[in-house]
Design a protein around this ligand. Structure first.
Ligand code: NAD
Length: 336
């Protein structure tokens, strides 16, 4: 499958690298609007760079040869992964439709940009054969993985309440804040994350609240989940531990904060120190009757990357759910 990446920022560059690692996909190029260090790095990796025609000279000045514009790139691809800023994907969709191309959008777009909102564990089958798929946001992806882990292990969820501490900005975003504040983000309840989870796990009773804090490394979720039955803590641990893309981190091994989880990823040589898995703080997993409590970290830059790969496979029916998840995880080095 020939894949183009439009929007080569935090998410786009990671998805480009992930596509390059698949034996059933080829990266035909990336589209970038700014002639900067990221464009240089893409060219150094051997990626074909596409940009607006009027900027070709500016790209050339920093040593990047532009192979064509958005239209040229989209025409060469079977499917476009659009990872542009919130709302731009919906505008680009017009072109993709005109060219008869399939597209994957990201969580910053409204749900109606696509035929289905996607999470591999949550609803892979619903995306089979679809031409337009939206991979939900990092927060929604992570909540959906945790809830899916329980559902797939036979638990019935009465209600989920998730309190989200959002990172204020990604590490490279030097102009974003807050730098000394805690900002309700949004101030209203529920935050958009709960309804977004419902676009994947229909009918689930979920309410989310969110604040942004002066941190760039990860989001932290504090979750309260009420089940139909009283599970044993061991059984819940087992469910989480055996679910792909969820990892447990124990305090006794030195993981007492999210920074240490990122450090682990850097120590083991992961690209960019990425943590593709939902990072559950094992000591937080607590069962009281039918109430389950847990805290987990969400590496916002990385967590949706494997979902983009699986969304492409579902779109073209290249593999069934579990084969795709396994193939993606093996190719990236995701710990299972
Ligand atoms: P980003 O700002 O890091 O990257 C977007 C890239 O698109 C930039 O390189 C920008 O120059 C480029 N761009 C801007 N306008 C464009 C246009 N008209 N055509 C082509 N490219 C254009 O953004 P991001 O954080 O990678 O977010 C991309 C999408 O992924 C958004 O929908 C976002 O909500 C979603 N998402 C972001 C995160 C995160 O934490 N960063 C996590 C999950 C999902």
């Amino acid at each position: 499958m020939k894949v183009a990446i439009v929007g080569y920022g935090t998410i786009g560059k990671r998805v480009a690298d992930a596509v390059s690692r698949q034996d059933d996909m080829t990266l035909v190029g990336i589209y970038k609007v700014t002639p900067d260090y990221e464009a240089v790095a893409a060219a150094q990796k051997g990626y074909r760079v596409f940009a607006p025609r009027e900027k070709a000279d500016a790209f050339k000045k920093i040593g990047v040869e532009v192979e064509g514009d958005l239209n040229d790139l989209a025409s060469r691809a079977d499917v476009i992964v659009d990872a542009t800023p919130d709302g731009v994907g919906a505008q680009n969709k017009e072109l993709y439709v005109k060219l008869g191309k399939n597209a994957i959008f990201q969580g910053g777009e409204e749900a109606d940009v696509a035929e289905v909102s996607f999470n591999a564990l949550g609803n892979y089958e619903k995306a089979l054969g679809k031409r337009y798929i939206r991979v939900v946001s990092c927060n929604t992806t992570s909540i959906t993985r945790v809830l899916s882990s329980l559902l797939l292990n036979g638990y019935k969820i009465r209600r989920a309440r998730v309190f989200i501490t959002r990172r204020g900005a990604d590490p490279k975003e030097h102009k974003k804040g807050p730098i000394n504040d805690v900002v309700p983000n949004p101030a209203t309840v529920p935050s958009h994350h709960g309804p977004d989870v419902q676009t994947v796990l229909e009918g689930i009773d979920i309410v989310t609240l969110a604040v942004a804090v002066p941190v760039t490394i990860m989001h932290m979720h504090m979750a309260y989940i009420e089940l139909d039955e009283a599970p044993s803590k061991d059984a819940v641990m087992e469910a989480l531990a055996t679910t792909p893309r969820i990892l447990l981190f124990e305090t006794k091994k030195g993981y007492s904060s999210l920074a240490q989880i990122i450090e682990w990823a850097r120590d083991i040589g992961r690209p960019r120190g990425d943590v593709w898995e939902v990072s559950v703080l094992q000591d937080s997993v607590t069962v009281r009757g039918n109430e389950l409590y847990l805290m987990y970290g969400v590496h916002q830059e990385a967590v949706v990357v494997p979902e983009n790969i699986d969304a492409i496979r579902a779109m073209y029916r290249l593999a069934d759910k579990w084969s795709s998840i396994e193939k993606t995880d093996k190719s990236l080095g995701i710990v299972t």
